[in-house]
Design a protein around this ligand. Structure first.
Ligand code: HAM
Length: 418
């Protein structure tokens, strides 16, 4: 038996350069959130099971099959952020002093899925929830933020698919229409979907089985939106066009979570294969009220970071520091160590060898790691109270007085980043 431990199936380790790319996506997203006036929420990974049953719905894949229970308790690892944010918004009475809030969040979500490409058991969301308005302008803003984050990561060709489920009454009408049409084809459906026709007909539209997809593809659903929901949806579509955001209207897009009302959307890429959604979102005008909060509308989205990473080329290795402090012998190691600390106090990212390498090996290391500058200290330099600054890219070096070199290095390294 092997002594090696392995990561749990459906989880990922991120190490450089992938971890740097992950961090850059998050940093750029945070910048975009700040431009649009969204504030960060940091929430726990553990929540009560009941929150998601009530929030997402009892008859959904997530609550029926994918919850990670924490042993013996009604506590689960959070499968998503929207119900959780609604819980926090209500529990902390945020609505009492702010009737409109825009939040963003980043972090791990957990779903007990069968792992495959783009479908993990622990994955990461970058998400946003704007709470307290029914304005279609807010739907457009949320969609714009999601599209901008995807674009800023360098992902091209993402397609926005959009639909409206309407208000609760419209959704009931939609459910009845789906039930009516699919009942005629119930023989074609899988066992689960035959049950779903009775318990939650909208969920049949999410089934990935080919026979169910075939049955669904031939149904025609139209005219279930009331005047006000129709107006909301078509005003949003017009606004998106005016904003230069292209979309594809998908009349059968319903999403796998029950809290949605009105706008629902997915941002997809063909390059992802069968799990093609980079992100998704929509309006949930009844969720906050159903969890015991005020009767206010909200809209949000979440992007899957791992799926974004799948769409990006493997990044180049980047140097872990700007400067290597090199020493010629053990005798000057303590002086080299002092120089290292001085540079770090100046805010210069610097490293030193801890493995007693020869000077030649230290320089080779810097070359291989792409570290642009090496500060060399030896007996001679110590005597003259100076150091040698070597530019590794140009293979040139200069002497600098001990008192001056941190400033020189700081200017050099800042210059090389501009
Ligand atoms: P969701 O569609 O379940 O929506 O998840 C959003 C995104 O997370 C997906 O489009 C996908 O990129 C990624 N994702 C979901 N499950 C997995 C998985 N098992 N492995 C890898 N990536 C995955 C929500 O969670 C809603 N809370 C979104 C939302 C926010 N709606 C309104 N506000």
């Amino acid at each position: 038996m092997s002594n090696l431990f392995h990561s749990v199936r459906g989880t990922s380790d991120f190490y450089p350069p992938q971890s740097i790319l992950f961090e850059n996506i998050t940093k750029k997203a945070k910048r975009i959130f700040s431009i649009f006036g969204y504030e960060q929420l940091i929430l726990p990974h553990l929540e009560e099971d009941g929150l998601f049953k009530k929030g997402i719905g009892e008859v959904t894949d997530i609550t029926q099959r994918q919850m990670f229970k924490v042993a013996g308790k009604d506590i689960v690892l959070r499968p998503e952020g929207t119900a959780q944010i609604a819980r926090s918004y209500i529990e902390n009475s945020i609505y009492k002093h702010r009737d409109f809030c825009k939040f963003y969040y980043t972090g791990s979500m957990f779903r007990g899925e069968r792992p495959q490409k783009g479908r993990l058991r622990e994955f990461h969301h970058i998400g946003a929830e704007a709470i307290g308005s029914n304005s279609f302008y807010l739907d457009a803003e949320v969609i714009e933020v999601a599209m901008r984050i995807i674009e800023s990561a360098g992902i091209e060709g993402a397609v926005l698919k959009i639909n409206s489920l309407g208000c609760v009454k419209d959704k009931d009408k939609l459910s009845s229409l789906i039930k009516e049409q699919l009942s005629l084809k119930s023989g074609q459906l899988c066992d689960d979907c035959r049950r779903r026709i009775v318990t939650n007909p909208l969920r049949v539209l999410d089934c990935k089985k080919e026979r169910c997809r075939d049955a669904v593809s031939s149904i025609k659903i139209d005219n279930y939106l009331c005047d006000s929901c129709y107006e909301h949806f078509h005003s949003l579509l017009k606004l998106l066009s005016e904003m230069g955001i292209s979309y594809v209207y998908e009349p059968l897009l319903v999403r796998g979570l029950d809290y949605y009302t009105n706008t629902v959307f997915e941002i997809t890429s063909k390059r992802l294969g069968s799990q093609d959604a980079i992100g998704a979102g929509g309006r949930y005008n009844n969720l906050i009220k159903s969890l015991g909060g005020p009767d206010i509308g909200a809209v949000g989205f979440a992007l899957g970071v791992e799926r974004m990473l799948l769409l990006l080329p493997k990044p180049e290795e980047k140097p872990s520091a700007d400067v290597l402090v090199a020493y010629t012998s053990d005798y000057v190691y303590k002086d080299a160590y002092d120089i290292l600390r001085k540079l770090r106090n100046y805010g210069v990212s610097s490293v030193i060898d801890y493995k007693n390498k020869s000077l030649k090996a230290q320089l080779k290391w810097a070359q291989k790691a792409g570290i642009p500058y090496v500060v060399i200290i030896g007996d001679e330099e110590l005597k003259k109270s100076c150091v040698i600054i070597r530019n590794m890219r140009e293979s040139i070096q200069q002497e600098a007085a001990i008192g001056d070199f941190p400033e020189i290095i700081k200017n050099l390294t800042q210059g090389s980043k501009e």
